[in-house]
Design a protein around this ligand. Structure first.
Ligand SMILES: C[S@@+](CC[C@H](N)C(=O)[O-])C[C@H]1O[C@@H](n2cnc3c(N)ncnc32)[C@H](O)[C@@H]1O
Length: 201
């Protein structure tokens, strides 16, 4: 684990409070004993909160190590998740990450292979004049400050997310708008389940 990042040192109370709220968002979808993968875990604060709240096993993966807390962790190339077995995790959390991945369809379909029960996604939505402006700025700034990999961020609208979930045969079983004071952008949590394909008939 590296030295604490300034952003986390300054905003620690906010991140902790937010992690607690997120656990409340998905309390019906994680159960004691589950294995949870936090894909793009960043600081690991959310994964760590999930671990203590639900008494589950967690693992974080990311393209860089930005951990502020000591959780099991692996770095990967940001594209290929074949080192994780089918259905290895009960739940895969992808929180404010997909827009940074370049090929978000690829990452989401691999998350579907890895998740046995649920995929939980948090995203900023590319909607409205100010929301679109925020997304543009956020994508560029994040890449410039942290990632430096020149992968342009790609934000979708709620309608585009829903179309993508349908294409990938993922059922949207719950969604929740995330409200933040002084925020320009609409944010949503999406909870997804794999569609059970019946061979009968
Ligand atoms: C805004 S942070 C979110 C961190 C954490 N999920 C949270 O909610 O606090 C975005 C994270 O996505 C990671 N990331 C970017 N591209 C990725 C990729 N292709 N696969 C996995 N993580 C990626 C970044 O390194 C960063 O940690």
């Amino acid at each position: 684990m590296k030295k604490s990042h300034l952003q986390y040192r300054l905003l620690k109370p906010f991140y902790n409070k937010e992690a607690k709220k997120m656990c409340n968002d998905f309390k019906n979808y994680i159960t004691k004993g589950d294995k949870v993968l936090d894909l793009g875990c960043g600081s690991g604060i959310v994964a760590n909160k999930i671990k203590s709240t639900f008494k589950v096993q967690v693992k974080g993966i990311d393209i860089i190590d930005m951990r502020e807390v000591d959780i099991p962790f692996e770095i990967y190339d940001g594209k290929d998740l074949s080192f994780i077995k089918d259905n290895e995790f009960d739940v895969v959390l992808i929180s404010y990450v997909l827009h940074h991945t370049g090929d978000l369809e690829n990452i989401l379909s691999q998350a579907k292979r890895i998740a046995k029960k649920h995929i939980i996604i948090y995203e900023d939505l590319n909607e409205g004049f100010f929301g679109k402006f925020y997304c543009l700025l956020h994508g560029k700034l994040y890449d410039w400050v942290f990632l430096k990999n020149n992968i342009p961020a790609r934000f979708l609208s709620e309608k585009e997310w829903k179309e993508l979930f349908k294409e990938l045969n993922l059922d949207l079983i719950h969604s929740k708008e995330k409200k933040y004071k002084l925020s320009f952008v609409k944010r949503k949590a999406f909870i997804l389940e794999k569609r059970v394909c019946s061979s009968a008939g």
